[in-house]
Ligand binder design. Structure first.
Ligand code: AMP
Length: 212
C-alpha cells in the first residue's frame, strides 16, 4: 500500500511524474486540477463554483477540493494506494487528509526555480480529454495537437498565460510551500531536483524503494 503526495510549484512536473508513476506502481493518479477542469468543461455546479478561482490563478476554496478528494479516495481503485497530484495545496487541506485517517507513505517535493517555471509553462500543453501533460520542447505529442493516450485535442491551459503564471507562483509560495515544513516535521518529505523527466522518475522510485 503506497499513499503518495506529489508537491511542487506549477510546472514542476507533478502531472508528468504522476502519469509515469501510475503505470509503474499500478495505483491511480488523482489530480484535483484535472477533476476541476473536467467539471468546468461539463458545466457542473462544482465547476461553476471553481471557475473564477481557477481562471484567476487562485486556489479553489478548501471545502470544495476537500470534498472532491473525500469522494475520490472512497472509490474502490484507491484501496491499494494512490498518487495525489496537486492536493493538498494548503495546510488545512493536509489536516483534512489526516482527519480522514489517510496514512501518507511519502511526500515527493519537486524543486524548480521560479524562472524555470516561467520558461516551462509557456510551452506546456494539456489534453482536453484525459488531462495528459505535454510540452512543446520536452514532451511533444507524437502527432501535433493530438493526445497520444486518448486521441483528444491537446490545448494550452487558460491559466498558463504569463500574467496568470506569476499569480500562481505567488499563491504557491504563500499557501502551498508551508507544506514542506509540515511534512518534513513528520519525516515524510523527500526532495527531488533532477534535470530531466527520466532523472526525476528514477530519483522518486529510489526514494520509494521501488525497483526501476
Ligand atoms: P493544477 O492543474 O494542479 O495546476 O491546478 C489548476 C488549478 O486548479 C489551480 O490553480 C487551482 O485553481 C485549482 N486547484 C487544483 N488543486 C487544488 C487544490 N488542492 N486546492 C485549491 N485549488 C486547487
Amino acid at each position: 500500500m503506497m499513499n503518495l503526495i506529489l508537491l511542487g510549484a506549477p510546472g514542476a512536473g507533478k502531472g508528468t511524474q504522476a502519469e509515469i508513476l501510475t503505470d509503474r506502481l499500478g495505483i491511480p493518479a488523482i489530480s484535483t486540477g484535472n477533476i476541476i477542469r473536467e467539471a468546468l468543461k461539463n458545466g457542473t455546479e462544482m465547476g461553476l463554483k471553481a471557475k473564477s478561482f481557477i481562471e484567476a490563478g487562485q486556489l479553489v476554496p478548501d471545502e470544495v477540493v476537500i470534498g472532491i478528494i473525500r469522494e475520490r479516495l472512497a472509490q474502490d481503485d484507491c484501496q491499494n494506494g494512490f498518487i495525489l497530484d496537486g492536493f493538498p495545496r494548503t495546510v488545512p487541506q493536509a489536516q483534512a487528509l489526516e482527519e480522514m485517517g489517510v496514512a501518507i507513505t511519502k511526500v515527493i517535493d519537486f524543486e524548480v526555480e521560479d524562472e524555470e517555471v516561467m520558461r516551462r509553462l509557456g510551452g506546456r500543453r494539456v489534453c482536453e480529454g484525459c488531462g495528459a501533460s505535454y510540452h512543446m520542447q520536452h514532451k511533444p505529442p507524437k502527432v501535433e495537437g493530438v493526445c497520444d493516450r486518448c486521441g483528444a485535442k491537446v490545448v494550452t491551459r487558460k491559466d498558463d498565460a504569463p500574467e496568470t503564471i506569476r499569480d500562481r507562483l505567488t499563491v504557491y509560495h504563500q499557501q502551498t510551500e508551508p507544506l514542506k515544513a509540515f511534512y518534513a516535521g513528520k519525516g515524510l518529505l523527500v526532495e527531488v531536483a533532477g534535470e530531466t523527466i527520466e532523472e526525476n522518475t528514477s530519483l522518486t522510485l529510489k526514494a520509494l524503494g521501488a525497483e526501476e
